[in-house]
Design a protein. Structure first.
Length: 237
C-alpha cells in the first residue's frame, strides 16, 4: 500500500505490478479523472474503490495492476465524511454544483431543532439515489437523464447512517461529521434533512476522511504523486 509516508519507497515498476494507493482527491476532479491520471503517469491498469463527486474532496482508494482485483474488498467498508450544508435553499443536484431553485426562510429554525433533525436520521433507512448521480437506470447514468430534464423512476437503496456528530450550527450554515454505510448519498441525506426542517438545504462542501481503517491523513496528494513520477523519470538513465 502506498501512503504519504511510503511514496518515496515506491517506483513505477511496483505500481505497474500492483499497488493500493491512498489518494487525496482534489476538488473539481471526477474519480475517473484521478484514475485516468494514474494510468497515464505510470502506464498501468488502474481503478478506484468508491466514487467521490467532483465537488467533494478527500480519500480515494486507487488500485493498480493486479491489485485491481482487490477493489471489491474496499467497496463495502463504512465511510466517514465531514460535511457542510446550507439551510434555506434547495438545488436540483442537492449540492452547490447546480443553481438554487427554491429559497425559504430559516427564521423559525433554531439550533436545537437542527440538532434534533440530524439525530433523527441516524439508523437504517432507505434512500433514493439523486437524479444527478452516476447510478444507472436502463443502462444509462442518471445524470444523462437529468441533463435532458427527464426524471426516471429509481429503486430505493437500503443504507445505514451510523452516526452524525454536529461540529457547528451557525444558521444557515451547519457543519457535521457522519459515518455511513456503502451506497449512501450525503447529498440526498442533506436534502432530506432540509425537507424535514421545512426550509430546504443543500450540500456546500464534502470531504471523505476515512474508508474503513484507512484515513485521509495518510493519503498522498495528486501533486505529490505527479512530482514523484517526474523526479523518477528525471533520474532514470
Amino acid at each position: 500500500m502506498i501512503t504519504s509516508q511510503q511514496m518515496t519507497d515506491s517506483n513505477t515498476a511496483q505500481l505497474r505490478e500492483g499497488k493500493v494507493i491512498l489518494l487525496c482527491k482534489p476538488k473539481g476532479w471526477t474519480s475517473f479523472d484521478v484514475v485516468n491520471k494514474v494510468r497515464r503517469l505510470f502506464h498501468c491498469k488502474a481503478g478506484h474503490a468508491g466514487t467521490l463527486d467532483p465537488m467533494a474532496t478527500g480519500l480515494l482508494i486507487v488500485c493498480t495492476g493486479k491489485k485491481t482485483k482487490e477493489m471489491v474488498s474496499f467497496l463495502g467498508l463504512e465511510k466517514e465524511y465531514r460535511a457542510t450544508m446550507i439551510l434555506g435553499a434547495r438545488t436540483e443536484s442537492y449540492d452547490a454544483e447546480s443553481p438554487v431553485v427554491e429559497r425559504c426562510s430559516t427564521d423559525d429554525v433554531t439550533e436545537a431543532i437542527v440538532l434534533n433533525a440530524l439525530q433523527s436520521f441516524v439508523g437504517p433507512q432507505t434512500q433514493l439515489p439523486p437524479m444527478w448521480s452516476a447510478a444507472k437506470v436502463g443502462g444509462k447514468r442518471l445524470y444523462t437523464y437529468a441533463r435532458k430534464g427527464t426524471e426516471v423512476e429509481r429503486r430505493p437503496r437500503e443504507i445505514v447512517i451510523k452516526s452524525i456528530t454536529p461540529e457547528s450550527v451557525n444558521i444557515p450554515e451547519v457543519r457535521f461529521t457522519l459515518v455511513v454505510s456503502k451506497g449512501t448519498y450525503v447529498r440526498t441525506l442533506v436534502d432530506d434533512i432540509g425537507r424535514q426542517l421545512g426550509c430546504g438545504a443543500y450540500l456546500s462542501s464534502l470531504e471523505r476522511t476515512r474508508i474503513g481503517e484507512f484515513h485521509l491523513d495518510d493519503a498522498v496528494s495528486l501533486e505529490a504523486l505527479i512530482e514523484h513520477r517526474f523526479n523518477e523519470a528525471k533520474s532514470s538513465p
